[in-house]
Write a protein that binds this ligand. Structure first.
Ligand SMILES: Cc1cc2nc3c(=O)[nH]c(=O)nc-3n(C[C@H](O)[C@H](O)[C@H](O)COP(=O)(O)OP(=O)(O)OC[C@H]3O[C@@H](n4cnc5c(N)ncnc54)[C@H](O)[C@@H]3O)c2cc1C
Length: 325
């Protein structure tokens, strides 16, 4: 086994894990089928990343340069493939790739982020099976024609408004109750009309390019003719086979095998930010490093403690469920 660490995904979380491991003198293999930087490439305007970063692509470029530096120093290999599964064993962790390779290392950090939801996978939307909505984050203000509706209030809404301060067309945002907590950052923007709904039905206009959108609440229903329809539905965790998945399909690190760690957006719906992704990636690499340094007896007792913790959480969940019956 030549690898100390395998990192799956080269977004902010995976890159931070790789850089931290390399800085500790470890050898790391990063698996990434796309561009280094992940979602950073989709962010037009940034205001919450220390260091005066103004756009995602600029930060992505800098992170890619960091990864290239550790590759050049012989501490990192980048494999441009997709991982399909992960497995933890007593003496190693393994990652299987789509091309059939199985890589082994002392530990694996899975930082695969989240993948976009579609109208077909959202139970609050009924729409034609072949409807592919253009994503809001990619829309240019001049492309928005007439009455513009956005399905879903996911966070790119705030980013889009900040990226286009001069965009004047009103966005009618219809969203399910589960998205309500995400609307705070746009609530006071006059360019947005927020409409919390139970269900939306979309049909294409029989003649012309537009859509008919029926929105329904608990005791009301309204129908609108819509010229531009955009998707902003949110995402689901891009979990690999073999990860322990909890509510919503998320994969908390503390639920995994001791040699399998998760970092970034794949862990939880609540901490999906660049800086938290970087922090969790760096922390995952550091915690594996300290575990590997500790004497074998300490590691064994840590594994036992972790299993006991997991079992006690499952027990509490069972008691909660029983209590609700
Ligand atoms: C439009 C938009 C605007 C945003 N604006 C902000 C903002 O202003 N501020 C902020 O803090 N955050 C913002 N975010 C959130 C931020 O981008 C994420 O929290 C952050 O990128 C998460 O990092 P990550 O490394 O966990 O995942 P990602 O950045 O999603 O990276 C995951 C990587 O894993 C790879 N991958 C996926 N599956 C596999 C697989 N099977 N095998 C191998 N590799 C795989 C992907 O190709 C990707 O490169 C925004 C997100 C979007 C979409």
């Amino acid at each position: 086994m030549t690898n100390d660490l395998i990192v799956v995904g080269a977004g902010p979380a995976g890159c931070a894990a790789a850089l931290m491991a390399a800085s500790l003198g470890q050898h790391v293999t990063v698996i990434e089928p796309g561009r280094v930087g992940g979602k950073l490439h989709e962010i037009g305007a940034l205001e919450n990343v220390p260091g005066a970063w103004e756009t995602g692509p600029a930060l992505a470029q800098s992170v890619a340069a960091d990864l290239a530096r550790i590759q050049k120093a012989g501490r990192c290999d980048l494999i441009q493939e997709r991982a399909v599964s992960v497995a933890g064993h007593d003496d190693r962790a393994e990652v299987a790739l789509t091309d059939g390779q199985v890589l082994a290392a002392s530990a694996v950090v899975v930082a695969t982020g989240v993948a976009p939801l579609t109208t077909g996978t959202c139970d609050w939307i009924t729409a034609p099976a072949d409807l592919e909505l253009p994503p809001l984050w990619r829309a240019r203000p001049e492309e928005l024609q007439g009455r513009t509706y956005v399905l879903g209030a996911d966070r790119p809404l705030g980013t889009w408004l900040r990226s286009h301060p001069d965009a004047s067309r009103r966005l009618h945002v219809v969203y399910p109750p589960a998205d309500h907590y995400k609307t705070d950052e746009v609530r006071h923007d006059d360019r947005v009309r927020l409409n919390r709904v139970d269900h939306v039905t979309v049909t294409r206009e029989r003649y012309g390019q537009g859509y008919e959108v029926v929105v329904e609440g608990p005791e009301w229903s309204r129908t609108y003719a819509v010229d531009t329809l955009l998707g902003n539905l949110g995402s689901r965790p891009a979990a690999l086979e073999g990860l322990v998945q909890k509510a919503g399909g998320y994969c908390p690190s503390e639920e995994q095998h001791p040699r399998v760690l998760t970092a970034g957006d794949v862990r939880s719906a609540r901490f999906q930010r660049i800086v938290t992704a970087q922090g969790s990636g760096a922390e995952a690499a550091l915690s594996r490093y300290y575990t590997a340094q500790a004497p074998a007896s300490a590691n064994a007792s840590m594994a036992v403690r972790k299993e006991a913790l997991r079992m006690s959480r499952d027990l509490v969940a069972m008691i909660d469920v029983e209590g609700m019956r």
